[in-house]
Write a protein that binds this ligand. Structure first.
Ligand code: MTE
Ligand code: MO
Length: 424
C-alpha cells in the first residue's frame, strides 16, 4: 500500500481476514459451517479492491510484503558486544520448505561485512603448486560450474544451550544455519589448473576481509566436493555472505567456508592458526580438547510451534514442522515426540532430500489442547541417531560451546505459548 492514510485500517482488516481464514479452516475440518467473526471481512470493500496498485516501474528489486516486516534476522544483545565481530540468526520459525531466502541468511563476521569491488578482486593459488596462479572474477567464470544445495551451520550453533535451556526461540537456539543453492566452480578444477605437487596434503583458504580468516582444509576434501561459489539462490552472493567469492565446504563447520575468498595456499601440513587452536576446538572434562571436528553431526529442531511461534488456536488440527540435516549425507528419518521423548512417531519428510542439505518434516497433528513436551530426533543415511543433550554431556562435558546437536525440547502450554525447556 502506498496510501499512508489507509495504513491502520488496512492492518485491522487483515487481522480480521486472517481470523476468518482460521475459522473457516477449522469449520471445514469439523465438517460444519458457522458464521464467525470473520464473515464481515469477506463482504467489506478493501482499498486493494478499488485502487490501482504500484506499476512495474515501482519495484526494480522486489521486497517482501510490508506485513512481513517482522521476518528478519535478529541478534542476542549479550552476545553482541561488538556488531562487527558477532552473529545474527536466521528466523527459522518464519520459514518453510528448505531454502533460506538470501536476505534472511544468518551472518557471522569476525571483522564486519567487507564491501569488495569484484573488478578489483583476485583469487591467488600459491604454495605447493607447479605454477602460482592469480584469477580475476572473469577468469573464474570461464571454468565449468555446478549447482548444489548445502546447509552451512556454524559450529557454535546451539552453543549457548550446553548447560541448560537458555534462549527462547529456535531463531536463537538453532538459527546459525542457512540452506542455499550455490553456483560455483569445483575447487578441484582451480587446483588442477595450478598443478598440485605430489607432497601436498592441505589447503589454507584466506578471506579478503580485515579478519583475513584462515583455516586448514585437507586436500582430499578440497578435491572431493568443495566449490568456489559466486552465486546463491541464483543471484550474486550477498556482501554478508562473502561477495564476490566464497568457499563452500559441504557438511563441514561454517567457519571453514571462508568468505571474500582471496587466496588458497597449498601445503603439506595444517597451519594451526587461531581458528583451529584457540577457537573451534572442543574442550572436554579431562582438560583435553577435540580438534579438527569438521563434520556437522545430524541434528533437527521443530520450528513451529516454538517460543516465537505459539499455537494460536485452542485445539484441533495443527501442523508441527521442522528441519533436519546431517553433514554426512541425507536424512533418512525424523521422529517426533509430544511427551518429552517417551514415545515417538515418524514425521513426514517433504521436499527434496539432498546430500548435506536441510530436509523439511511435518507431523499433521490433532491437538487435544493439553500441554506438550515436543521433541524431534533425526537419523541420517549413515544410521547415526541424534543424541539427547544428557547423552552429549556424558560424553563431552559442558566446557565446550561447539557441536551441540542434542535433542531440543519445547514445552507447549495449554494456552498455546511455548517455552524452551529440558527434560531428563
Ligand atoms: N573471511 C571470513 N570468512 C568467514 C567468516 C569471517 O568472519 N570472515 N566467518 C566464518 C564463520 S565463523 C561462519 S559460521 C560462516 C558464516 O557464514 P555466513 O555469514 O554466510 O552465515 O562464515 C565463515 N567465513
Ligand atoms: Mo562460525
Amino acid at each position: 500500500m502506498s496510501d499512508g492514510t489507509g495504513k491502520p485500517k488496512t492492518t485491522t482488516s487483515r487481522r480480521r481476514f486472517l481470523g476468518a481464514g482460521l475459522a473457516l479452516g477449522g469449520a471445514a475440518i469439523a465438517g460444519k459451517a458457522h458464521a464467525g467473526e470473520g464473515e464481515a471481512a469477506i463482504l467489506e470493500k478493501k482499498d486493494w479492491n478499488q485502487y490501482l496498485g504500484d506499476g512495474v516501474d515501482a519495484r526494480p528489486y522486489g521486497h517482501p510484503s510490508e506485513f512481513e516486516k517482522s521476518v528478519v534476522r535478529r541478534n542476542v544483545a549479550w552476545l553482541t558486544a561488538d556488531p562487527v565481530s558477532s552473529v545474527n540468526f536466521t528466523p527459522l520459525h518464519d520459514l518453510d520448505g528448505i531454502i533460506t531466502p538470501n536476505g534472511l541468511c544468518f551472518e557471522r563476521h569476525h571483522a564486519g561485512i567487507a564491501e569488495v569491488d569484484p573488478a578489483q578482486h583476485r583469487l591467488m593459488i600459491n604454495g605447493l603448486v607447479d605454477k602460482q596462479m592469480v584469477f580475476t572474477m572473469a577468469d573464474i567464470m570461464r571454468f565449468p560450474r555446478e549447482n548444489r544445495v548445502y546447509f552451512l551451520e556454524c559450529a557454535a550453533n546451539s552453543g549457548m544451550e550446553w548447560r541448560g535451556a537458555q534462549l527462547n526461540g529456535c531463531q536463537f537456539t538453532h538459527g546459525m544455519i542457512h540452506n542455499v543453492m550455490y553456483t560455483g566452480v569445483p575447487l578441484k578444477l582451480l587446483l588442477e589448473e595450478a598443478g598440485v605437487k605430489t607432497n601436498a596434503k592441505w589447503i589454507m583458504p584466506e578471506g579478503a576481509d580485515a579478519s583475513a580468516m584462515t583455516r586448514s582444509v585437507p586436500l582430499q576434501k578440497a578435491m572431493e566436493d568443495c566449490l568456489v561459489a559466486f552465486k546463491m539462490n541464483g543471484e550474486a552472493l550477498r556482501p554478508e555472505q562473502g561477495y564476490p567469492l566464497r568457499l563452500v565446504v559441504p557438511g563441514w563447520e561454517g567457519n571453514m567456508w571462508v568468505k571474500w575468498l582471496r587466496r588458497l595456499e597449498v601445503g603439506d601440513e595444517p597451519w594451526h592458526h587461531r581458528e583451529e587452536t584457540s577457537k573451534y576446538t572442543d574442550l572436554l572434562e579431562n582438560g583435553k580438547a577435540r580438534r579438527f571436528t569438521w563434520e556437522m553431526d545430524a541434528k533437527s529442531v521443530i520450528t513451529n510451534p516454538s517460543p516465537q511461534a505459539p499455537l494460536l488456536h485452542k485445539k484441533g488440527q495443527t501442523v508441527i514442522t521442522g528441519i533436519a540435516w546431517s553433514g554426512r549425507g541425507t536424512i533418512d528419518r525424523v521422529d517426533v515426540s509430544i511427551d518429552g521423548g517417551r514415545n515417538w512417531m515418524p514425521a513426514r519428510l517433504d521436499g527434496p532430500s539432498l546430500d548435506k542439505s536441510m530436509h523439511r518434516f511435518y507431523v499433521d497433528f490433532d491437538w487435544d489442547g493439553s500441554p506438550l513436551l515436543l521433541q524431534s530426533r533425526a537419523m541420517d543415511s549413515t544410521g547415526y541417531v541424534q543424541p539427547t543433550k544428557d547423552q552429549l554431556r556424558a560424553e563431552r562435558g559442558t566446557n565446550s560451546i561447539y557441536h551441540n546437536n542434542g535433542i531440543q525440547t519445547w514445552h507447549v502450554k495449554a494456552n498455546g505459548e511455548v517455552e524452551n525447556v529440558e527434560v531428563s
